[in-house]
Design a protein around this ligand. Structure first.
Ligand SMILES: Nc1nc2c(ncn2[C@@H]2O[C@H](COP(=O)(O)OP(=O)(O)O)[C@@H](O)[C@H]2O)c(=O)[nH]1
Ligand SMILES: [Mg+2]
Length: 303
């Protein structure tokens, strides 16, 4: 089934917590012999809710499954399992995929601790491995540690980084980085940003300014803004992400820390509530733990 065994292995390994919990329950439920009863649907509902699929998505999944079971005259639970998989894939595919052309400027936003800087390092290494030239911009100028962290990753990935000092105007960093990337014919410029939600108004203005400067100074580039969302924080991730959606034009999401949760179903609720496609998922702290999001491989790995 897997399109790429290495990638599928990463998915399976990274999503093992969800697979053990959610996948285990699904397996037990669908392996049951006999007619499909009301109890079956009730247990399925509970399993979906517990995996953080979300109340609304759960209702839709159950409705669609019941419809298919009736229509195809499926009598045994085990024959309905592939239908469930298809429904989940369809749901995740919905708005999946954004196009990234080169040169591009990726603006990475999201709340502190969500995994922005690590995701940037992983993206840098990924694009480098694809033969693309990469540059990083240290737009989180709030703490010296943030700058150092990005520089450390840049060194490891072997890519240049544009930085100013601690406390510098992040928009000025992006300005310089955009000009440098242009002059050096860089394929992918990835911009880090700060995500201090406790100063929401300031943060929103800062992000708006960065976005404005990036587009103005580098109109030739393909501009994409990716929101980094921590899958382990459930509903919180959704409300925090709304703040970013209100500040900048977000094109898609990088869903992180899926390895750290048994509630990988959050991918469905987060995507649905925010109305944004998942472009990449992160399933660990290693440099190669960022994967392009593939709904089929995802569902295959969690069930
Ligand atoms: N387990 C796990 N940890 C992650 C993942 N992504 C990021 N982290 C960790 O989350 C913490 C915060 O990440 P960081 O990139 O600094 O977040 P930022 O504040 O948004 O830049 C770090 O300890 C990372 O190693 C992931 O996919 N899985
Ligand atoms: Mg950071």
């Amino acid at each position: 089934m897997a399109k790429n065994d290495g990638v599928q292995k990463k998915y399976i390994l990274g999503l093992s917590k969800t697979r053990e919990s959610f996948g285990g329950k699904i397996a037990a439920l669908f392996n049951r012999k006999g007619e499909i009863t009301d109890g079956f649907y009730e247990e399925l509902e509970e399993t979906l809710i517990l995996a953080d699929v979300g109340a609304r998505a759960t209702v839709d999944i159950l409705d669609e499954l019941q419809r298919r079971i009736r229509q195809k005259r499926i009598a045994q639970a085990q024959d309905a399992r592939d239908e469930l998989k298809e429904i989940l894939v369809d749901m995740l595919r919905d708005k999946n995929g954004i196009e990234i052309t080169f040169p591009c400027l990726l603006l990475i936003v999201g709340v502190n601790g969500a995994g922005k800087t690590t995701a940037i390092a992983k993206l840098a290494s990924r694009y480098k491995a694809m033969g693309r030239s990469v540059m990083l911009a240290a737009g989180d100028t709030f703490r010296a540690a943030a700058l150092e962290q990005l520089e450390e990753w840049a060194k490891r990935a072997g890519v240049p980084v544009v930085r100013h000092g601690e406390g510098a105007d992040p928009a000025a960093v992006i300005f310089d980085a955009a000009h440098s990337a242009k002059a050096k014919n860089i394929d992918v410029l990835i911009c880090d940003t700060a995500g201090r939600l406790h100063n929401k108004k300031h943060l929103m203005e800062e992000l708006k300014k960065i976005e404005r400067v990036a587009k103005r100074e580098y109109p030739e580039a393909c501009h994409r803004t990716l929101l980094v969302t921590d899958a382990t924080t459930g509903q919180n991730a959704i409300s925090q992400s709304e703040v970013f959606k209100q500040s900048v034009d977000v094109d898609g999401m990088i869903l992180t820390k899926l390895d750290g949760t048994a509630k990988g179903g959050a991918a469905i609720s987060i995507m649905r509530e925010l109305g944004l496609p998942i472009v990449f998922i992160s399933v660990g702290e290693g440099i190669d733990d960022l994967q392009e999001f593939d709904p089929e491989q995802f569902v295959e790995a969690i069930i």
